[in-house]
Design a binder for this molecule. Structure first.
Ligand code: GTP
Ligand code: SPV
Ligand code: MN
Length: 586
């Protein structure tokens, strides 16, 4: 029985039911009882494995198919009517042609299965900045994950009323056939269609598909920004909290920075950090001319490997209850392990593929993109503003990526427009979070290359246009925690120590810190970054703050080639910024 009278929902569910032919339809109400009975059912079929309920209460284990462990950008499409609206960085097929292709794959794909209908909200239900979605899926893993990552419940239908204003998301696992895997967005129809995958970002449709790809289009039309950003509050010893957003590509440190623990000496002085969000920020100009950020999600879908008591104790603590672990090592006592958790790999465990695992054979136990799905409310450093529907005012935006040589530890843009340039030229070495060769450098503007739902050059223009709505805009900086020495070792200790850099950034935002002008932007003098207790020498810091003009000249040539792909649409201001950078480099 439908649990909403909204015809736009019930008609669409009926349409999908006829096409996919499930044995039954189950309307998700989000109640703990319903979710528990679904978990029990998934334990019986093996879709989920119960973990040790004493050591990890409420936690479950999940494996995805071997061919289905990351987002698939090559099979992700933006299907708007005109190809030029999708732009050169998105895959595109004419919408009706794509729907016909998908209809064939969906036909009968839920025979023998149950169709679940999930009402969810991105943002606080009933708040002015919330957006609603309904996801149809045949996966219990998706239902229980969505209940962690988003606000699932019948109050979404109450808030929606009889309005058509919600995002339709249709997911079917089908045969998990890679050749027929599609992640498709129809931004003009507020619709997402995903098929033949069971992996996080491809199937938890509230996340990248809705809150970034579709929402970036909504933001363009409504005058705001949907960004692949963490939101961090930094509290100084005087008790003042300043907020920073950070855009780094997938698996480049957002969750870690969002949950950072200040260095011990700083903690003793009274510094505290608060996590508002670790992956997605919706940014709007406020009536006060500042930029305000909300995190539309309710949980974290974080990278497991490398998460430890030392690197990210807050993330680890967050996963100790009510968490789903995907593709990690399963120990015989019903607990989990991954590379980097500690130095004691279990010898009697199953690897992410479900095979007996011998750590001494050199193979990895957990998949490099294995993940935890955990409620934000579990996080010891969750901000008290997490549920504030107005969000938090942003003083600084930091862009960043993995650059072994080119990018310095930190630099600040001259102004907003130059900051947009700095975001647009971001590049990073590829990680395991997406298919493709790990380590290759690619341009990833604003960390949005895989997530921008429209023409990237129009998106840059939209960023530039935000300036006039902001009388008090955040400053824009670039950071790089990943510079390496000639032996390939990271030169900067990273993690909690990154606060030393963020603190300079925030002082710059308030006109409290010195800087020097360099060809690429403002940079701190070595004495502006407190090194005490890091073990980093002044020389190393000096090196981290040095740029190699030859590398940057090569960088400019590469940016020029990249920009050329956007043709006429490239905003004039960005082209000018590039010309100016080149001439400053001499
Ligand atoms: P997505 O969830 O894919 O968007 O990733 P993310 O940007 O949240 O990345 P995350 O914080 O999960 O970090 C990914 C990897 O980078 C992990 O293996 C971390 O241990 C590592 N990492 C994070 N911060 C730092 C840092 O400051 N220095 C170094 N060297 N590694 C880091
Ligand atoms: C990312 O890849 O940026 C993630 C994981 O945060 S996923 O949700 O799969 O996109
Ligand atoms: Mn991400």
């Amino acid at each position: 029985m439908a649990i909403t009278a909204n015809r736009y929902v019930t008609d669409w569910v009926e349409e999908c039911r006829e096409l996919l032919q499930p044995d039954r339809v189950l309307w998700i109400d989000g109640s703990p009882e319903q979710l528990e009975s679904l978990r029990q059912e998934a334990y019986r079929t093996g879709e989920l494995v119960a973990l040790n309920q004493e050591k990890l209460p409420g936690c479950v284990y999940h494996r995805s198919a071997l061919n289905d462990v990351a987002r698939v950008e090559s099979r992700t499409y933006i299907c708007c009517k005109r190809q030029e609206d999708a732009g050169p960085t998105n895959n595109w097929v004419e919408p009706e042609e794509m729907k016909a292709r998908l209809r064939e794959i969906y036909a009968g794909a839920m025979k023998g299965r149950t169709m679940y209908v999930i009402p969810y909200s991105m943002g606080i239900v009933g708040s002015p900045f919330a957006k609603y979605g309904v996801e149809i899926t045949d996966s219990i893993y998706v239902v229980v994950s969505m209940a962690i990552m988003t606000r699932v419940g019948t109050d979404v239908y109450d808030a929606l009323g009889d309005s058509p204003d919600y995002i339709r998301g249709l997911h079917a696992k089908a045969e998990l056939d890679e050749e027929k895997r599609y992640i498709v967005h129809f931004p003009e129809e507020n619709t997402i269609m995903s098929v033949n995958s069971g992996y996080g970002g491809n199937v938890l449709l509230g996340k990248k598909c809705f809150a970034l790809r579709i929402a970036s289009c909504l933001g363009r039309d409504e005058g705001w920004l949907a960004e692949h950003m963490l939101i961090l509050g930094v509290e100084n010893p005087q008790g003042e909290v300043r907020y920073v957003c950070g855009a780094f590509p997938s698996a480049c440190g957002k969750t870690n920075l969002a949950m950072l623990v200040p260095p011990q000496a700083w903690r003793e002085k009274g510094w505290k950090c608060w996590c508002v969000g670790d992956d997605i920020a919706w940014l709007r100009p406020g009536p006060d001319g500042r930029l305000w950020a909300v995190n539309p999600e309710k949980g974290f879908f974080g990278v497991a490997p490398g998460t430890s008591e030392k690197t990210n104790p807050n993330a680890l603590a967050t996963t100790r209850k009510d968490t789903i672990f995907t593709n990690v090592v399963l120990k015989p006592d019903g607990t989990v392990w991954w590379e980097g958790l500690d130095k004691n790999p279990p010898t009697d465990a199953l690897n992410w593929k479900g095979e007996p695992w011998d750590p001494s054979d050199g193979s990895k136990g957990a998949h490099p993109n294995s993940r935890f799905t955990a409620p934000a409310e579990n996080c010891p450093c969750i901000s008290k503003e997490f549920n504030n529907p107005q969000g938090v005012p942003i003083s600084a935006i930091v862009f960043g990526g993995r650059r072994a040589k080119t990018a310095p530890l930190v630099y600040q843009s001259w102004d907003w427009a130059h900051g947009v340039f700095v975001g647009s030229i971001m590049a990073s070495e590829k990680t395991a979070a997406a298919e493709g060769k790990v380590g290759e450098t690619r341009r990833d503007p604003m960390a949005m290359l895989p997530f921008c739902g429209y023409h990237m050059a129009d998106y840059w223009q939209h960023w530039l246009d935000m300036e006039e709505k902001l009388t008090n805009p955040p400053i824009i900086c670039n950071v790089n925690w990943f510079r390496t020495d000639d032996q390939g070792q990271f030169q900067w200790p990273g993690f909690g120590e990154n606060l030393r850099v963020v603190e300079w950034v925030l002082r710059r935002a308030f006109g409290e810190a010195e800087a020097v002008e360099t060809p690429i932007g403002y940079m701190p003098r070595p004495e502006d970054i407190d090194l005490e207790g890091t073990g980093v020498s002044q020389e190393t810091l000096q090196e981290l703050l040095t740029i190699d003009p030859d590398l940057w000249k090569a960088e400019c040539r590469d940016i020029r080639a990249f920009y050329a792909g956007f043709g006429e649409k490239l905003p004039e201001k960005l082209r000018k910024s590039l010309d100016e950078l080149e001439s400053r480099l001499g």
